[in-house]
Design a protein around this ligand. Structure first.
Ligand code: FA5
Length: 335
């Protein structure tokens, strides 16, 4: 009949002492209690014993079966508890994991700084639609149909009367239709033009400004814009007002800032002029006031529209506007 039930028990417990992981305990359970296991075989072979020994041997074998079942189960539970306790232990000496933080795109940052400067000077922030009616983008701003001034802005047409706005100036009209003077607003937003080179992209950002009240003069416009430029850059940055033309302002001007790339000597960024144009401005044209029903005898006002990317280029010394839109992380994470 082979080993006695006592020998089988001794062997099983010795093996259990050396089993250090759940896998080996499961193997032992199969070796002793499985279908072909040692205890199972012992029980099957009881019929080979002399009849008087059979009841005692059967009883012992069944007892051993229960003892081993309980012992294997306990050993498994003990190992699992130990593993869980080790896994949960906190090693306070390990260095901490730094959570990587996102950041704002440089254009969003500059746009925010521009808005902050103007809100500190009492301007409200307003918005308007990017897909705009021809009426607001052009006609209400004194660009009649077929007027050559429309060629100044290479337009993306959605349909005959709907365009992607080419500037933020239509927001001037939308605001004046709803509010009565005094009006003091800025309107940041995306604009679109069929245009692309070192200093032009097909989508770019502008911040529009509009101030309407009694006795507003060109001197007020110069004062506000000079304050803005000095706060945005620094107190000794040079800027110049150059006469210009926009159908919706009269007189009109363009404001240039001394090129920070070459300090006025002339380079490819400033087209060798030493200056970089950052905004257009002027006194609101009476025709625009008439379109929105403002009394031109009582009110005057000024408006301006600046290119956010140009300001960012000057501020950070970037020589190619397209870098802002290439999404190269090595470039973007510097700001
Ligand atoms: C205008 O868009 C006028 N609406 C500005 C204005 C507002 C004048 C209110 C008077 C009163 P202009 O086309 O010059 O003007 O554009 C204004 C600024 O946008 C420019 O000075 C320049 O900084 C920027 N800009 C123009 N085209 C592009 C472009 N394709 N890519 C990047 N920036 C541009």
């Amino acid at each position: 009949m082979g080993k006695s039930i006592e020998q089988i028990k001794d062997d099983a417990f010795k093996s259990l002492e050396t089993a250090s992981d759940p896998e080996s305990i499961k193997e032992l359970s199969i070796r002793y209690l499985g279908r072909k296991g040692v205890v199972t075989q012992f029980l099957r072979n009881i019929s080979a014993l002399p009849p008087e020994e059979r009841p005692g041997a059967g009883k012992k074998a069944n007892e051993l079966k229960k003892i081993l079942e309980a012992a294997f189960e306990q050993a498994l539970e003990r190992l699992e508890t130990e593993a869980a306790a080790t896994g949960d232990r906190i090693d306070v000496s390990l260095p901490g994991r730094t959570a990587s933080q996102g950041f704002l795109h440089p254009i969003t940052q500059i746009s925010g700084q521009i808005s902050d400067i103007f809100t500190q000077m009492g301007f409200d922030i307003v918005e308007g639609p990017e897909v705009e009616q021809d009426f607001y983008n052009f006609e209400s701003l004194n660009f009649p149909k077929d007027h050559p001034a429309r060629d100044m802005q290479d337009t993306f047409f959605v349909s005959d009367n709907i365009v992607l706005r080419t500037h933020t100036s239509p927001i001037q009209v939308r605001v004046m239709e709803k509010r009565t003077p005094p009006v003091r607003v800025i309107a940041p937003g995306k604009v679109y033009r069929c245009d692309s080179d070192l200093t032009h992209t097909p989508m770019f950002h502008q911040v529009e400004g509009l101030l309407v009240d009694k006795n507003v003069s060109f001197g007020d416009l110069k004062g506000i814009l000079t304050t803005f430029v000095h706060r945005m850059f620094d107190e000794d940055i040079s800027l110049r007002f150059r006469p210009s033309f926009f159908p919706f302002t009269e007189p009109s001007a363009e404001v240039d800032i001394l090129c920070v790339m070459c300090r006025g000597k002339g380079c490819r960024v400033c087209s060798h002029t030493g200056w970089l144009e950052v905004l257009g401005a002027g006194m609101v044209h009476p025709a625009v006031f008439e379109n929105v029903g403002y009394d031109t005898d009582r009110y005057t006002g000024f408006a301006f529209g600046m290119g956010v990317e140009r300001i960012a280029m000057l501020k950070y010394g970037i020589d190619d506007i397209r870098k802002f839109f290439e999404n190269d992380f090595r470039f973007l994470r510097q700001f």
